[in-house]
Write a protein that binds this ligand. Structure first.
Ligand SMILES: [Zn+2]
Ligand SMILES: [Zn+2]
Length: 261
């Protein structure tokens, strides 16, 4: 297996992942990974007291950190464990988030751009990008978010394909915008394995999108493979992981194996 580090790992705290934290660590060790990074969906300080359905609450965060940091010590001789988050770009909360990242000394932050303007008041890009105007919002939100310099890579840049029936002119426009930006600013784009969970290798719609990655090839972006594990068994799916590396290698893309943190 070509993978030596996976930075995209969830925990059951996000309400749509299963297994114990330690099960993810055991699976990563079994597969011979050098580094396992946890990046559960970041909590936010919703002003209204909104209870999110797809991420932990703020009050659960310290328990998350404590659990992962204990595992880091327990398995220190077997694997390097990092603790980060997968975070959104919610314009009105970014000052808070910047302080949050610093206060808890997170190892890294992945940019998972799922909602606008947030998951309390907004829509999910994976469902609502069938609307061309909302696809433009997705692209702008990716770029505004990346401009903050807070994130170590852009997760599933082609998430919008989840709500499109086929790769049309608008999808091409969105892909070109994202890839041109990534090339210019040296942003790493993630080939996300969670999108392949149905075994839809090479499938024309959904994500990862073959057409999006052809645009990435044209712009010679840097790629990274992210398991986006919501189940410890995803880390053990070497067939799927190998497929991703073979695909990216076939495009001649530079594949980042480890982040410089
Ligand atoms: Zn995500
Ligand atoms: Zn994720």
């Amino acid at each position: 297996m070509e993978m030596i580090a996976n930075y995209h790992t969830h925990t059951k705290r996000c309400h749509h992942a299963i297994g114990e934290d330690e099960d993810y660590v055991k699976a990563a060790i079994k597969m011979g990974l050098k580094t396992l990074g946890f990046s559960d969906h970041s909590p936010w300080n919703y002003q209204s007291g909104f209870k999110p359905r797809m991420r932990m609450e703020l009050k659960e965060f310290e328990g998350y950190l404590k659990s992962i940091r204990e595992l880091k010590v327990k398995y220190a001789d077997k694997i390097n464990i990092l603790v980060g988050v997968e975070a959104e770009y919610f314009p009105e909360y970014m000052e808070w988030f910047r302080n949050f990242k610093k206060e808890y000394e997170l190892d890294y932050v992945l940019f998972g751009n799922h909602f606008y303007p947030d998951d309390e008041k907004g829509r999910y890009f994976g469902r609502a990008c069938d609307d061309d105007d909302f696809l433009k919002v997705y692209v702008n939100n990716c770029i505004d978010g990346l401009n903050t310099g807070l994130y170590n890579y852009l997760a599933h840049p082609d998430l919008f394909m989840r709500s499109r029936d086929y790769f049309d002119e608008m999808c091409l426009w969105a892909s070109e915008k994202i890839c041109a930006y990534a090339k210019e600013r040296d942003v790493i784009l993630e080939y996300n394995l969670e999108g392949l969970r149905n075994g839809s290798y090479g499938y024309e719609i959904g994500y990862p999108s073959v057409d999006f990655w052809k645009v990435a090839q044209k712009y010679k972006v840097k790629a990274i493979v992210g398991v986006d594990a919501h189940d410890p068994r995803s880390l053990e799916n070497s067939e799927r992981i190998d497929y991703a590396y073979q695909f990216l290698n076939s495009l001649g893309l530079e594949v980042v194996k480890e982040l410089k943190l």
